[in-house]
Write a protein that binds this ligand. Structure first.
Ligand code: PGA
Length: 257
């Protein structure tokens, strides 16, 4: 059993979902999450076109909603981008920034991710800052160097107060969507490292929620969430099925009780 810190479970739908199936999924998650106590926060990060739908179906429930990215710019001629303030218009709580798919496919640098985190905070959103190494980097023994560099860029751009308001998600790239989760010990080791890095920024920063992401399933959620420095999860594939997502939320609840 981990220490008595509240847990947070956030779904990352990625580019999945259509209006009809979303309606069922959002409603089921809202109903299921209402049975959880306040000690577990629940969120879903949906594709932007479905923000209004999420707002309509989740308002008044305990489930918060979010976006999967925001622009590093406030406004202007940036075709196709979505500003953090636009997301805020739809009652959004969370903004994932620096997901490895954005870093890899859109060449997002640590500095760009930091700018996005700052934009999210300025718009009143909570950035979920993703960090993580590739398999090649892990095998080369550079996990801490990679994760440290990604994290430092964000911490450098934020004041201590701002940094204390973020969420960090450790997502080893080799575990995302592969069905091959990090072991609880591998995850805990990196989380402890991340926690120590955050503590360097200030005592209040050391307490930010640290989520693990990468093939979290109902079967492995208990062990992962039972680790000292794992405060919950960022859930991809398993967040698309209400039954699995809610089972993962229940696992989080079991680890705070
Ligand atoms: P996964 O994705 O749970 O499908 O591995 C996690 C993520 O990319 O956030």
């Amino acid at each position: 059993m981990s220490r008595q810190r509240a847990k947070l479970v956030v779904g990352n739908w990625k580019m999945h979902g259509r209006i009809k199936e979303n309606a069922a999924l959002l409603s089921e998650v809202a109903v299921g999450a209402s049975a959880l106590q306040k000690s577990v926060g629940v969120g879903v990060c949906v594709p932007c076109p479905y923000l209004a739908q999420s707002q309509a179906l989740l308002s008044g429930s305990v489930v918060r909603w979010g976006v999967q990215d925001v622009s590093a710019h406030e406004k202007g001629a940036f075709t196709g981008e979505v500003a953090a303030e636009m997301a805020a218009d739809f009652g959004v709580t969370y903004a994932i920034v620096g997901h490895s798919e954005r870093r890899a496919y859109h060449r997002e640098s640590p500095e760009l991710v930091a700018a996005k985190a700052l934009r999210a905070i300025d718009a009143g959103l909570t950035p979920i800052v993703c960090v993580g190494e590739t398999l090649e980097q892990r095998e080369a023994g550079s996990t801490e160097e990679v994760v440290g560099t990604q994290l430092e860029a964000v911490l450098l751009a934020l004041t201590e107060e701002q940094a204390a308001s973020i969420v960090v998600a450790y997502e080893p790239v080799w575990a995302i969507g592969t069905g091959k989760s990090a072991t609880a010990q591998q995850a805990q080791d990196v989380h402890a490292f991340v926690r120590a890095k955050l503590a360097e920024k200030g005592a209040s920063v050391a307490n930010v929620p640290l989520l693990y992401g990468g093939s979290v399933k109902p079967e492995n959620a208990h062990e992962l969430f039972g680790q000292q420095d794992i405060d919950g999860g960022l859930i991809g594939g398993a967040s698309l099925k209400s039954e699995d997502f809610l089972a993962i939320c229940q696992a989080a609840l079991a680890e705070v009780q």
